[in-house]
Design a protein around this ligand. Sequence first.
Ligand code: 5AD
Length: 442
Amino acid sequence: MSPVRPRRVYIETWGCQMNELDSQRMAGQLMQQGILPTREPEEADIILLNSCSVREKAEQKVYSRIGEYRLFKRTRNDLLIGLCGCVAQQEGQRALDRVSDLDFVVGPARVGELNDVIARRQAGERVVATGFPEERTYDIDAVSRHGEYKGMVTIIEGCNKNCTFCIVPQTRGPERSRPFAEILKEVRHLLDYGFMEIELLGQTVNHWREPGGDLDFADLLDAVASLPGLQRLRFMTSYPRDFTPRMVEQVGRHSNICPYLHLPVQSGSDRILRRMGRGYARSLYLDLIGQLRRARPALALSTDIIVGFPGETEEDFQQTLELMEEVRFASVYAFKYSPRPGTAAPRLDGEVDPEVASERLQRLFQTQERIQREINQGLVGEEYDVLVTGWGKQPGTQMGRTSCHRIVHFAVDSQPFPLGGMTRVKVESALPHSLLGRLVVP
Ligand code: 5AD
């Protein structure tokens, strides 16, 4: 008798933290069925592509990957390939029509139904599980957090903002907050498992509200940060207009709320912000940054910026560069505008020449690189508590994150630290994207 080979799943994830968590949920559901994760697509019985559709390039990438993996079916006719995530929601049946080797499509709000979808496929049906049902399966025990140093907890799904560039309201559906008690239970459960870092997730995380109640994100922050054993609390992504003074106060009050915030500004020009439908002006954003920095002087900020949005002139772009000089972000995620189906911006006039947009993006990166180099240089000589997150490229080195989310590399001479552990490091030199340090012996 030949030994029974365990069944394997290979999951490829693109995009945001929500997708990462969805992948952990899918892996966990399959592991409960005895199907184990693998890093090798060649040896998988199930391949799941958890896709992102925020820009066109990401969408193209997933289709080209399906094209590669479907070739495995020539020798393995029992292999299943599933399209998940935001492209799945956007494309639905179209994806099955386009790729005959695709077995099923599962949208972000239907992740909890994966086992059922696979069972139906095995019975012969090519399933499309998309849309936003009221009732959702969400089993917190079935999340595979293996190898992760932080526990991610969704507190709010979907988005009701109507930014003219953004496809997310269509792919992740209308906004929907999870109940307060359920969130606290999940965080406690993670702390019991020994997670030191918790990350609260949502497309507009600070717009969380107790369903049918009065509590808002400030109350939730206060309650979660007060839980015993929680060393680091993060949350993303905050929407600038939804940040209230009560939330700023909580960020100032709880030292375990990490002094790091991701606050997408998208543009430094009021004219472009208006065309984007962001609902705030540059002055509101800068005022908020001022409040936050008064509450937490060591606060590190990151942001998202779109360049080449329809109608963006050189002057508008200059205002974005000026805002970057004024705020001095610790990091910036910048993208060229990409028209998305079903959004309003493609109908706006003033299309920006792609070469002009590329050139602006390059200048933006240069500016930011200089700012980051200067900021990081100023951290040389400082000591930080570092959460160990991985191994360095050089043998004998490890890496980790400060509470303000900076990457630190350091040498370990004897026993390496377990991932997820804490140590203390003194910064000895700085690069634009990371710090180099040495262990501080207590
Ligand atoms: N084109 C380019 N960038 C986009 N983003 C969202 N939609 C688009 C688009 N159509 C960027 C925004 C957002 C980040 C997650 O992706 O900056 O904050």
